[in-house]
Design a protein around this ligand. Structure first.
Ligand SMILES: Nc1nc2c(ncn2[C@@H]2O[C@H](COP(=O)(O)OP(=O)(O)OP(=O)(O)O)[C@@H](O)[C@H]2O)c(=O)[nH]1
Ligand SMILES: [Mg+2]
Length: 505
């Protein structure tokens, strides 16, 4: 979105003259165009569906020879070979794939032909829908490869979409986030990025800064045009608007990371309080061993659960007790290690037993944890049994925190516990109304740099910074914004991003 020029000219006294000069200066500020399409002009091929037994398996071909190669192996309605020109674009053909050497039928397929430029890669693309399974799909891949297509690298189709300028880098990153989305909220947020949500927001900010910079440079380059003094107050106002927008984006990072990566959650308690029973109940699977013997769980057991659309990476642990042998010592060490990574502690007590030294040790350990970002939920289990635990003493020891009372055996209080967990997590987060959420560390890094630059620039202007120095900072900010969308990029960064993709995407 372009910012209306009239607003930008507002930084100088005589608006019409300023507008003409700004237009001249803006021309100097064009960002680097996308330079590299498919460098080698190769035609590439890959299997785009997971390997193994399935309904269909798709072989995707992209590049200048895609249609010609497909024509050599595809037979429709008994025709011998299809010339590349015989295929209509964006049409699906029914037929067979035939080995050009032995003339034997390899599979019955649906073949989709899409001519450039309206394709994923902006090159000619052919997709062959084979029957799922290992043999037919791999045989088709092998034949296409032998006819001259190179096997694609991971993410190469999406990389072509980026390099051809069809999508920007934030959209390319969203493709992998959509594929990996572990819950509905994460999927929603990734789809927003894929449809250009972040791209548009960054373009809006970039246009504001470019126009501001162009305005200042115009006045510095043509001081004799009688434009009057530069209005620093107006510059500060524009910078503050940009800073507010960047702040808003950065405020969503915590929520973004949680919905993308899941919430590290550890179940803690002395032995036999019901940790593994709770773990299995939440996981809806008997993964951890449960017995009446204290000390059943020794290892770290992991599982992923969904509570109210949020993903929790749940960990069951060994009971906290004074270790009496090497196994218990190692178990305790593992619990301590895992506590460092968790954001949510589910701390359990057994209401049917009096508080003992193990409970007290646990409370001491929890209290010594000074990370204020950790959310702690205290649970009293086994409410189906006669209570022997002194609850007022426990409240006092914990400094007034409330408990959730449950009986795993009778299924009492479980919904209240789930509500409590979701409420604790959500109340701690800023969830943006318009739905644009930052969940990518790379985006966060650049936004933090931009935030720092904008705030120090505003501060420096307050302190009387000379106006010609402002343009240096503005150019730096423009470059950082361009890094997010990939208008200027480092080959290593591109390599790292696309190496995270699967083959065939
Ligand atoms: N009465 C009653 N028994 C329960 C309840 N929850 C768990 N238990 C029982 O308590 C015993 C211990 O349960 P676990 O889930 O293995 O406890 P834990 O904390 O994982 O124990 P360790 O792995 O030894 O640390 C088992 O016999 C469970 O069936 C409950 O709500 N009420
Ligand atoms: Mg256990």
């Amino acid at each position: 979105m372009q910012i209306p020029t009239g607003k930008l000219v507002g930084i100088c006294a005589k608006e019409d003259a300023g507008k003409r000069l700004i237009d001249k200066t803006r021309c100097k500020m064009k960002t680097k165009p996308f330079c590299n399409k498919n460098k080698e002009n190769d035609t590439i091929v890959a299997i785009s569906t997971p390997q193994g037994i399935g309904g269909i398996g798709i072989v995707r071909i992209s590049g200048p020879r895609a249609i010609e190669i497909a024509g050599k192996i595809f037979r429709s309605k008994g025709k011998i070979e299809m010339k590349p020109g015989a295929f209509y674009s964006h049409r699906i053909y029914y037929g067979t794939i035939v080995c050009p050497v032995s003339d034997s039928v390899v599979d019955e397929v649906l073949l989709t032909v899409m001519r450039k430029p309206k394709t994923y890669t902006r090159e000619d693309v052919v997709e062959i829908n084979c029957h799922g399974g290992y043999f037919a799909v791999n045989k088709v891949l092998e034949m296409v490869h032998k006819l001259g297509a190179r096997i694609a690298e991971p993410g190469e189709f999406t990389k072509l979409a980026f390099l051809s300028g069809r999508i920007d880098l934030s959209q390319a990153e969203a493709v992998i986030d959509v594929i990996n989305a572990g819950n509905e909220k994460s999927l929603c947020s990734s789809l927003k990025h894929l449809s250009g949500g972040l791209k548009n927001k960054i373009a809006e900010l970039k246009n504001r800064i470019i126009s501001l910079n162009a305005g200042i440079e115009a006045m510095l380059d043509f001081p004799d045009q009688g434009l009057g003094d530069i209005d620093k107050e107006k510059i500060k106002k524009i910078l503050k608007i940009c800073l507010r927008e960047v702040d808003k984006l950065l405020n969503t990072v915590k929520y973004g990371m949680l919905i993308k990566e899941g919430i590290g959650t550890i179940i803690l308690g002395k032995t036999n309080v019901g940790k593994s029973s709770l773990f299995n109940l939440l996981l809806k699977k008997n993964k951890s061993i449960v017995t009446p013997l204290p000390g059943t769980t020794r290892d770290i057991i992991e599982g992923t659960i969904d509570i109210k659309g949020l993903t929790f990476n749940l960990i069951d642990t060994a009971g906290i007790k004074t270790p009496e042998n090497i196994v218990e010592k190692i178990s305790l060490q593992k619990v301590n290690e895992q506590m460092e990574f968790a954001s949510l502690f589910l701390i359990m007590f057994d209401i049917s037993q009096p508080l003992d030294s193990h409970d007290l040790n646990l409370i001491k350990r929890i209290k010594s944890f000074h990370n204020s970002n950790i959310i702690k939920i205290f649970i009293l289990n086994k409410t189906d049994l006669p209570p022997k635990l002194d609850q007022s003493k426990l409240v006092h020891l914990l400094g007034g925190d409330k408990f959730v009372k449950i009986s795993i055996k009778k299924g009492i209080g479980i919904n209240a516990l789930l509500e409590n967990i979701a409420q604790h997590i959500l109340s701690d987060l800023y969830i943006p109304e318009e739905g644009l959420v930052i969940s990518n560390k790379r985006h966060q890094e650049y936004l933090l740099k931009i935030q720092n630059s904008l705030s120090s620039l505003i501060q420096s202007l307050r302190e009387g910074m000379p106006i010609d120095l402002v343009t240096l900072d503005l150019r730096y900010i423009i470059n950082q914004l361009a890094n997010i969308t990939g208008e200027s990029y480092d080959d290593e960064i591109i390599k790292t991003i696309f190496s995270r993709f699967c083959i065939g995407k």
